[in-house]
Design a protein around this ligand. Structure first.
Ligand code: VGL
Ligand code: ZN
Length: 205
């Protein structure tokens, strides 16, 4: 049987309702997440957005507004409210889902000078998080991915995973977008499908 992993992305308090970078209906993914966690996987991993307090993606650091774009050491960077600061309550996994099957947690966005939407590499593809090696060492070929947010961490993780040679399944009801611009989430799903990802529902996994 083809080995499969479940990758749960950034289900953290700051991305959930009431959080610093709350995703509308972010908590509506939780039934799908729990459905997925009730299915058999060879490996379950999770990621955390894990920023230092002065991270270069924070609008406050640049005295600018959320959604503004700056040049961060040579890369265009969308600015966000401070979120997922290492060790704060906002950076913890949110309530309402079962963490007991998570074998490993990968942290990203730890370097203040570069952001990391993908769970595989930073945005400049300079440094790996170690997830690729971990999945390959375990013989994983198929990746099922869900979490927050559709058009940033999910999308860039999916595009990297396809490039790294995995078969990628995006669990649509387990994802939500921030939609800085209306329709960003739908466009991201289209882009992922075009790149070769399969979009499906948690009930179909
Ligand atoms: C994310 C914006 C900023 C994400 C992380 O997890 O999609 N989005 N940092
Ligand atoms: Zn972030």
């Amino acid at each position: 049987m083809t080995k499969r992993a479940l990758v749960l992305v950034d289900i953290q308090n700051d991305f959930l309702p009431g959080g610093a970078l709350a995703v509308k209906d972010g908590d509506k993914i939780l039934p799908a997440i729990n459905t997925l966690l009730g299915k058999p996987f060879d490996l379950v991993v999770a990621t955390k957005d894990w920023h230092p307090h002065n991270h270069g993606s924070f609008a406050t650091v640049h005295h600018k507004k959320t959604g503004d774009i700056v040049d961060l050491h040579g890369l265009p960077q969308i600015l966000w409210p401070p979120h997922c600061i290492q060790g704060t309550l906002g950076s913890e996994f949110g309530p309402g889902w079962d963490k007991s099957k998570i074998e490993m947690v990968f942290h990203k966005g730890i370097d203040k000078d570069i952001d990391s939407y993908s769970t595989f590499y930073d945005n400049g593809h300079r440094r790996t998080t170690g997830l690729d090696d971990c999945l390959k060492a375990r013989g994983i070929k198929n990746i099922y991915i869900a979490g927050l947010t559709t058009e940033y961490c999910i999308k860039y993780s999916v595009l990297d995973a396809i490039e790294l040679g995995f078969n990628v399944f995006v669990v649509e009801d387990g994802c939500r977008g921030v939609n800085l611009h209306a329709g960003d989430d739908a466009r991201a799903l289209k882009e992922m499908r075009k790149a070769g990802a399969t979009i499906l529902q948690s009930s179909e996994v």
